[in-house]
Design a protein around this ligand. Sequence first.
Ligand code: ADP
Ligand code: MG
Length: 443
Amino acid sequence: MARQRKYYICTACGTDFAKWQGKCAACGEWNSIVEADAPAPAGPVVPADVITLADVEYSAVNRFTTGIGEFNLVCGGGVVPGSVILIGGEPGIGKSTLALQIAGFFRTLYISGEESPVQIRLRAERIGSPLNAIQLSSATDVEQIIRLAESVKPQCVIIDSIQTLYSSDIPGLKGSVSQIRESASRLAGAAKRLNAVLILIGHITKEGAIAGPKLLEHLVDTVLYFEGNFSRDFRVLRAFKNRFGSVNEIGLFRMEERGLVEVTDKNKIFLNPYLSSAPGNAVSAAVEGSRIILFEVQSLVTFSSFPNPRRMADGFDLNRLILITAVLEKHAGLKLNSFDVFINVSGGFQINDTAADLAVAVSIASSLTNKPVPHGYGFLGEISLSGEIRPVSLCGRRIQEFKVSGFSTLVIPDAETGEAAAAGFTGSVIGIRNIQNMMDNLF
Ligand SMILES: Nc1ncnc2c1ncn2[C@@H]1O[C@H](COP(=O)(O)OP(=O)(O)O)[C@@H](O)[C@H]1O
Ligand SMILES: [Mg+2]
């Protein structure tokens, strides 16, 4: 009889190896590789069924909506009964708070292996959750939890967190790969049978090594990551995978005493509230899912004491910044080679949109020349290697957002000036063709 072989798996990225090693060759994480049992040899093959697609019976997906609009939006319009949602995030970001807020909209079974019932009650009182709708248990045994769910018949089961689950008939320690994977798959099966929404909470570490949640992504229907900057109160809920909706949506929250509060002035939260006309600041608009977000780019250009001047970017791609500085040197005549360039996107927002190029270039030029951008100016445009200002996607919608937020002057690609008129923008519009054109118009 064949001996059951062992193999080794990385808890951070899920890659498997024949031998143990200290550092994962796939993701570079240290000490993340653990032993796992190879699957048991297959038994006799049972013939499988086949069905024509047209014969598959279905009913339209009906969704429960919670009273939290941002959460509904990120889930694709509400949560689907029988589906599994994984919420991942760093410790302290607000996962338990969000889960408890969601719990209040259902008959919920809340399983907490992390906090005591007293802690949860105190939090529920603080954030105003209905105390009678939520059943609480500190069970950590998966079979016990499934039994409990079968007797309580909840609409929603919350597991806080998946790392605390345990089942005595699964090999491995609590929190190990086999335990997490198998526990989650048994719970998902139970949720489907009971037609309940299953919300799994999973911790990820500061470095983004996702010990646990990463292994579950294929097993669940929706993966949401909760991100934020602890020094600021904003929290961003981002869909990473969604079988029932778009993954481009983000939900915006503010962490307050009464829990997570939806942000109402969404388009402006990443703007510097003082919008000061200091040199080095320029405003642009980014597309995030179905919404447009205005943000401010801040640059600091200072004389460098290093032979290789520094380029640093917070909230913006560093390679893109290097490219923009090179274009400014070559095509706008800015002598940046003896200056350090630091840029920052206000509010801790991360920009992955080339429409921000022009704002970045303007803010660098503004800081270098020490001339502020006049109040009420907005910038849109992608910069090409030859220094041309290219059109951007969804230009009309971005202009609309500038209009609503009271901007008086837009500096946009020359080819898009018609969009401004079409969007009903009544302020002045400066259409520019290339980066030299921008310098001539503004500095
Ligand atoms: N009284 C309070 N007022 C405002 N914020 C609070 C209060 N108590 C806790 N918080 C916030 O809640 C966060 C913890 O949220 P929690 O849901 O427990 O996070 P997680 O479950 O992701 O570890 C803290 O980091 C803090 O920002
Ligand atoms: Mg928690």
